[in-house]
Design a protein around this ligand. Structure first.
Ligand SMILES: Nc1ncnc2c1ncn2[C@@H]1O[C@H](COP(=O)(O)OP(=O)(O)O)[C@@H](O)[C@H]1O
Ligand SMILES: [Mg+2]
Length: 64
């Protein structure tokens, strides 16, 4: 059986500000019709990941 198609696939994405990477080698898939969450402590890079997924930050490496 095959599951629902992924509406979002992220492979090995790195992104950050200025000279430093904040997120490195992020790989995830979010399936259509499912709720996907990201969790982590303050400053872990959750907002940076969301900005990258939204196109506000350009990934330095990887594919979305
Ligand atoms: N615009 C920015 N310029 C430089 N550093 C930033 C900027 N926004 C966030 N950071 C840094 O990136 C790291 C991750 O922040 P952020 O993505 O906001 O984490 P979270 O959302 O998980 O709390 C922190 O060290 C933060 O200081
Ligand atoms: Mg945040």
């Amino acid at each position: 059986m095959t599951g629902p198609a992924n509406s979002l696939e992220v492979r090995d994405v790195s992104a950050g500000y200025g000279g430093s990477d904040i997120i490195t080698s992020v790989t995830l898939a979010a399936a259509q019709g499912r709720i996907t969450t990201i969790a982590g402590p303050n400053g872990a890079g959750k907002s940076t990941l969301m900005k990258t997924l939204a196109g506000l930050l350009r990934p330095r490496l990887g594919q979305i």
